[in-house]
Design a protein around this ligand. Structure first.
Ligand SMILES: NC(=O)c1ccc[n+]([C@@H]2O[C@H](COP(=O)([O-])OP(=O)(O)OC[C@H]3O[C@@H](n4cnc5c(N)ncnc54)[C@H](OP(=O)(O)O)[C@@H]3O)[C@@H](O)[C@H]2O)c1
Length: 282
């Protein structure tokens, strides 16, 4: 109880007055994160494709007047470019960019169109990288800032039915681990977050091999951590300026397990102990 109060106070001090750009703010983890940081006094830029859902999130905040909506489609380079321009026209620099938007997959690798794989990479990999490269020059000029990437446990460990999703998240780690030392002496902090099961609509929105939405809610997903709890843990990790962090329940242990006992995890994966078709994590 006391530690929770302490971290709330620390978060209020850390985020107050900071400009935080959150992608994927229209639902799930991003919507919860928006409400969490609103309560901490941050000035938010909320981005995604669905304006009505973003308005709803802004309306559910305590201080909606502090927040702006900037439309963004990560599949469209022109939309990314105009979102960056829009953001820089309304604020001198972004203090914290949270690359949270993402989309998952529910299909075997060989049954997945390459066009679907490209889509996953546009949204999950090139989108966040392009946004990051777009905000960094002004962040650097203003003396520093923080870039957060919401990856996944599957950005550390591959799993059946997720080849494209897992690859798109693994690629993020390669990029951000490489840029981190390049800017280490310029007050830019990079934080990668790897959630396990979080109870959002991600499985519903996942792409099947032909590009159609999976349109089913996974039970395992629904039994996961609440997005509000996940958002609170992300807010704490960002404030502590962690390099990387796992967020979730026991399922996140698969990451250290894979690091130390890769053959064991590969064996379990082959027996499908972790994943059954359609009942799974992201
Ligand atoms: N839930 C989990 O168990 C879990 C586990 C590990 C990692 N994650 C990661 O957490 C992040 C958030 O996912 P979530 O669970 O909150 O799922 P979600 O509820 O489906 O939210 C996904 C968000 O991404 C946005 N988005 C999707 N396509 C986009 C595009 N082309 N351009 C811009 N925004 C787009 C969506 O907004 P619009 O539809 O309005 O564009 C939505 O706000 C993702 O990166 C996901 O990979 C989730």
């Amino acid at each position: 109880m006391f530690t929770s109060w302490l971290s709330t106070r620390a978060n209020q001090t850390f985020y107050k007055g900071k400009t935080v750009w959150i992608t994927g703010a229209s639902s799930g983890i991003g919507a919860s994160l928006s409400r969490e940081l609103d309560q901490c006094g941050a000035h938010l830029i909320l981005s995604a494709r669905r304006e009505d859902a973003l308005e709803e999130v802004r309306g559910s905040c305590h201080n909606p007047e502090n927040h702006r909506i900037v439309m963004l489609d990560l599949e469209d380079p022109k939309s990314i470019e105009s979102a960056i321009q829009h953001v820089h026209s309304v604020c001198e620099s972004v203090d914290i960019l949270i690359n949270n938007a993402g989309i998952s997959q529910r299909s075997l690798a060989l049954e997945t169109d390459v066009a679907v794989l490209r889509r996953l990479f546009e949204i999950n990999t090139f989108g966040p990288i392009t946004l990051t490269q777009g905000v960094l020059p002004k962040m650097l000029a203003s003396g520093g800032g923080q870039v957060v990437v919401v990856s996944s446990v599957l950005g550390r460990v591959g799993m059946p039915m997720r080849a494209g999703y897992s690859a798109s998240k693994h690629a993020l780690h390669g990029y951000f681990e490489s840029i981190r030392p390049e800017l280490s002496d310029q007050n830019i902090q990079f934080t990668t977050v790897c959630p396990g099961f979080v109870d959002t609509r991600i499985s519903y929105n996942s792409l099947q091999g032909d590009g159609q939405a999976y349109a089913m809610q996974s039970q395992v997903q629904s039994s996961g951590m609440s997005p509000d709890r996940c958002a609170r843990q992300i807010a704490n990790a960002v404030r502590r300026q962690k390099d990387d962090t796992l967020v979730g329940g026991v399922e996140t242990l698969i990451v250290p397990m894979f690091r130390f006992f890769p053959s064991l995890v590969r064996g379990l994966s082959r027996t499908n102990m972790f994943l059954k078709k359609g009942e799974d994590n992201d």
